[in-house]
Design a protein around this ligand. Structure first.
Ligand code: NDP
Length: 490
């Protein structure tokens, strides 16, 4: 046919045979000079890039963020400058511990990573579906994740490693309670909330700072699988959540979330009864009410999964002017580790990949490196300062100084509540969960802890039950009963 496109090599050379190798005679051998064969095999061998160490299994969608309320008294971020402002977004959802082929309904936190393409650069809110995390110091992160992965000898998931770590780190209790509630197995990504989780800051046009937390609340309502339902779906359709998102969006049923902030002044932070920068704790909503600021809608499935989802690179380090970091130790650890992971997976120029590219023009003096695929800034100067290019570091982006004085250090030393790992999970169990949710949580814990075995079994169970006991006495006694364990609190 006249108008058909021609099949070519990667260098654009049209060729004649795509299915038969070049041979000596019809039965072979194959000739070394069949470069099309080499190219096809060699490229196929290199199709995989390193799997993400965490959050490997995921799905994503493009959409729109719209500002619905005025929060300019807290932030000078251009995005929030006017009610009605909009920007494109990309969101990637994921499980955390499983490999790329693992099931979507595993009991695990869910990643909820958002990229806002603002006129002032990309703002990444790299959240989860829970407001807290298992640990509060980044030095523990690698150890913790190892316990959620496979045993180095058996290559099996290992309840001993899992509960050994939790029982030796009582700060995990809050997240453990959320994980073992039915929110640990969301029905699908559309039916869960997202949280920035860390404490961040906002800075207004008077250069004043407040501390903020971000809450992204589902408009579809919360819907979860029970433990047995999630187990069943794991076998029936391991890609359930991916399919649910794709089908909904393709059918025009666009999922939406409201976007909210909690605000704490610097003064209040000094007096707050817990460390406001501790990732294992929340700010009670009665004291720090949610302030609605916007709406997020997802409305387009990427046309190519690898291009946009597998190569998406989020980093908490990416904040647009008017939004800033905080003392949260886990956040500070992530500022380093995310871009580091992307440079390893995708290379130093990962921000040139279309899904990671900002809308605005990039001006800097970074040059060259693997896979530099933009114009590499052409003939412009590659050093600063220079007399030619008229690029400046603008002082208007300066943030107010963060006060660090001896009072703050004293206050940390004095505050016993910083090691209170039990009040908030206890509140969750007693005040927030319904009777049914309590029952399901206990069943889920008992089922999982039943897998602990070996010579350290009793020691691990006893230590963990003591943490449950400090959280809620009934919780501990019911878990002990479910495990048929003779528990005597210390
Ligand atoms: P509130 O009664 O004001 O809020 C309770 C919150 O708990 C709601 O946001 C609700 O989310 C959420 N929730 C309900 N069931 C579960 C569950 N099984 N797992 C996780 N979250 C759940 O209470 P407080 O703000 O005083 O907090 C009390 C406890 O609630 C906290 O100790 C914490 O464990 C939990 N929580 C608190 C949050 C916060 O930011 N303050 C956020 C999420 C949980 P929804 O409205 O979507 O149903």
């Amino acid at each position: 046919m006249k108008d058909k496109k021609k099949l070519t090599t990667a260098s654009g050379i049209p060729y004649a045979k795509n299915e038969d190798s070049m041979t000596v005679g019809p039965r072979g051998p194959v000739l070394l000079q069949d470069v099309v064969l080499h190219e096809k095999m060699a490229h196929f061998n290199r199709e995989r890039i390193p799997e993400r160490v965490v959050h490997a299994k995921g799905t994503g969608a493009f959409g729109t963020f719209r500002v619905t309320r005025n929060i300019t008294k807290y932030t000078r971020a251009k995005l929030f400058g006017k009610v009605g402002n909009e920007c494109p977004v990309f969101v990637r959802f994921s499980t955390v511990g499983g490999e790329k082929g693992s099931a979507d309904t595993e009991r695990d936190p869910r990643g909820f990573a958002m990229k806002f393409y603002t006129e002032d650069g990309n703002w990444d809110l790299v959240g989860n579906n829970t407001p807290v995390f298992f640990i509060k110091d980044p030095k523990k992160f690698g150890d913790f994740i190892h316990t959620q992965k496979r045993n180095p000898k058996t290559n099996l998931k290992d309840p001993n490693m899992f509960w050994d770590f939790f029982s030796l780190n009582p700060e995990t209790m809050h997240q453990v309670m959320i994980l073992f509630s039915d929110r640990g197995t969301p029905y699908s990504y559309r039916y869960m909330n997202g949280f920035g989780s860390h404490t961040f800051s906002m800075i207004n046009d008077k250069n004043e700072r407040v501390w903020v937390k971000f809450h992204v609340k589902t408009k579809q309502s919360i819907k979860n699988f029970t433990g047995p339902e999630a187990d069943e779906m794991r076998g029936k359709n391991p890609d359930w959540a991916q399919e649910d998102l794709v089908k909904a969006i393709e059918a025009g049923d666009f999922p939406r979330w409201t976007f909210n902030i909690q605000v704490m002044t610097e003064e209040k932070a000094k007096k707050f009864r817990w460390n406001p920068f501790d990732l294992t704790k929340v700010w009670p909503q009665g004291e720090f009410p949610l302030i609605e600021a916007g709406e997020l809608e997802l409305n387009k499935i990427p046309e190519n999964y690898f291009r946009d989802v597998e190569q998406a690179a989020f980093a908490p380090a990416h904040v647009a002017d008017g939004i800033g970091y905080s003392f949260d130790k886990m956040l500070q650890g992530r500022l380093l580790s995310y871009p580091d992971a992307h440079r390893h997976r995708l290379g130093p120029n990962y921000e040139q990949i279309p899904v990671n590219r900002p809308l605005n023009k990039v001006h800097n003096y970074q040059r060259d490196g693997f896979m530099r695929v933009d114009d590499n800034s052409g003939d412009k100067p590659n050093y600063y300062p220079n007399s030619f290019d008229n690029i400046e570091a603008d002082q208007k982006y300066k943030e107010p100084p963060m006060e660090l004085d001896s009072n703050i250090a004293d206050w940390y030393d004095r505050n016993q509540n910083d090691d209170d790992h039990f009040t908030q999970p206890g509140d969750l169990f007693r005040k927030v969960m319904t009777k049914k949710e309590q029952d399901n949580t206990i069943n889920n814990i008992v089922n999982h802890m039943s897998g602990i075995e070996g010579e350290k079994r009793d020691e691990i169970i006893n230590r963990q039950l003591n943490h449950f006991h400090k959280t809620d006495k009934e919780l501990a006694s019911r878990v002990a009963k479910g495990l048929n364990f003779d528990f005597k609190p210390e």
